[in-house]
Every structure is written in structure tokens, then in C-alpha cells.
Design a protein. Sequence first.
Length: 118
Amino acid sequence: QVQLVESGGGLVQAGGSLRLSCAASGRTFSRLSISWFRQAPGKGRELVAGVRGSDLSTYYADSVKGRFTISGDNAKNTVYLQMNTLQPEDTAVYYCAAGGYIGASAYWGQGTQVAVSS
């Protein structure tokens, strides 16, 4: 069983930055892929970024490329999502998920709210 705990959400003005954290327990990060999804009000859940623990390879959705950076810390079993140049359309609840490949979601965190004001 894998437990995921997110932190770091909040309210920020357009153009600002936030860093989300996803702390995993129950399995080492090097044996997982961890992904960030987001869900805006009235919309479906969208895969934003992911990182594979074994080799730290990454994936980004086109909507966040060049603005968001995902990274993993094997020693802390934690994945980070650095979000820069935030825009109002980035407003959503952000969830981290873990599984055997990027985009897999066998396990979910509780979610953290990100709100970007214009």
C-alpha cells in the first residue's frame, strides 16, 4: 500500500509561483512513477506532469511545458512540482498519484487547492 500526502497549494497572483510536494510512504520512490493531475471546476481530471522514479525521466502536458518542473528526491521519497508563471487557467485541485508508469493512478493523494487570481 502506498500513501501520498500533498502540500504546498494556495492562492497566488497571475505570474507568481508555487511549489507542490508529494510525500510517498509504503514503497520507495525509485520503484514508482508519480504523476500530478489537476481538476478544475466543471472539468475532467488532467495529467499535468509525471516522473519515473527509476531513472527520473519526465513528462509534461503541453499546457504547462516551460512553466512547470517536476523533480524527485529519492532520499526523501518526495516529488515536487515547481509551478512558475501561473495563470488563472491553472486554478484547480492538484492531486499526486502513484503507479507503475507515468500517468498510472493506483494510489491517490488527498489533493491540494491552487488558485490563481488575475
